[in-house]
Design a binder for this molecule. Structure first.
Ligand code: Q9C
Ligand code: ZN
Length: 342
């Protein structure tokens, strides 16, 4: 299958993140994309094409206008305030605090438009995130045009980004943007299957009240794992979307036996939904050696995942999400894609 990737995506190059309650080296780094690109070339998976530029309209179908303006104007505001280097929020409008009026100060804005301090925002982030979203859109367009599948080599990733705030290394929700674009291009029903180790809270929230986009996520139980505040099994959708959100929180230590049981249940639900197109939020961080995760999938299990997904028999847009064992990321990612191709 074809891969979509732009070198502009490498310009977001964070040095640090706040995790485990302290400042640590960043893990969502440019080499993640480079190793996947190398493995694609090495295995001959297929052509690697640059994204088309779709502009802001398809982003604004999923994200709030004020949030996009914040991302676009962030660096100017940050430097005007005398700051330099990557930015971290440190105060948020939780519960009892107000989300409007929106503050003027950059530190207030950072908190208003984020949900964690683990996601460095820098000079090039907006450009890299847009290129990443364009990669997802281009892959969606290829599949809408008749390709069986396409792979958007997205980074920065997207599935933690909500309509109006960033977090979890994610700024623009690439999978949601692709799913919405597919709907606008004529698909009546789209399913988004999120296999990243972490719950896809942003994608869930974006489609929570809708029955035209079915969201399913296999992930570590949020009682024990990031993002902690969404991803439970009782989140089933609301209003018209009731029954169209399906979470599979799984215990830490889950291996292929437990994971694939949940995958089968997700497959059954997708088959009943009968979507026109499938979007896979392809995180590779369920891997046994992932440095920030606690599932036990092996590199061979990612081949099995590719075979299972091919068995759904659906036009499929793959959108890369997480995966931080950089040395193995190329093998694991391309294992899914090459096994899908068969
Ligand atoms: N102790 C994605 O995979 N930090 N985002 C976790 C671990 C945040 C992951 C801290 C993890 C975000 C796209
Ligand atoms: Zn993840």
């Amino acid at each position: 299958m074809k891969t979509i990737f732009s070198p502009v995506q490498l310009a977001h190059d964070p040095k640090h993140e706040i995790s485990d309650g302290m400042l640590k080296p960043a893990v969502e780094i440019p080499s993640r994309a480079e190793i996947v690109r190398s493995r694609i070339l090495e295995t001959g998976l297929g052509e690697i094409l640059p994204p088309e530029e779709f502009g802001l309209d398809p982003l604004a179908r999923v994200h709030a206008a004020d949030y996009l303006t914040f991302l676009e104007s962030f660096w100017e505001r940050w430097t005007n305030a005398g700051r330099s280097g990557e930015a971290f929020p440190f105060v948020w409008p939780v519960r009892e605090l107000r989300t409007s009026p929106v503050p003027d100060h950059i530190d207030g804005l950072l908190g208003r438009y984020s949900f964690d301090a683990g996601t460095p925002l820098g000079e090039e982030t907006w450009f890299a995130a847009r290129a990443s979203a364009d990669a997802a859109l281009t892959a969606a367009k290829l599949v809408a045009g008749g390709e069986r599948a396409a792979f958007a080599l997205c980074r920065p990733p997207g599935h933690h980004a909500h309509g109006g705030f960033y977090g979890g290394y994610c700024f623009l929700n690439n999978a949601a943007i692709a799913a919405q674009w597919l709907r606008d291009a004529g698909a009546e029903k789209v399913a988004v299957l999120d296999v990243d180790y972490h719950h896809g809270n942003g994608t869930q929230a974006i489609f929570y009240d809708r029955s035209d986009v079915l969201f399913l996520s296999l992930h570590a139980d949020p009682l024990e794992e990031y993002p902690y505040f969404l991803g439970h099994a009782d989140e089933t959708g609301e209003g018209a979307g009731e029954g169209f959100n399906v979470n599979f929180p799984l215990p830490l230590g889950t291996d292929w036996a437990g994971w694939s049981t949940a995958l089968k249940a997700a497959a059954d639900r997708i088959s009943r939904f009968a979507p026109d197109t499938l979007v896979v939020s392809l995180g590779l961080d369920a891997f046994e050696r992932d440095p920030i995760s606690k599932f036990r999938l092996t590199s061979e299990d990612f081949l099995r995942l590719g075979e299972e997904l091919a068995g759904f028999g659906l036009p499929t847009v793959f959108v890369m999400e997480g995966g931080y064992a950089v040395d193995a990321l190329g093998v694991n990612c391309v294992n899914v894609l090459s096994a899908f191709d068969g």
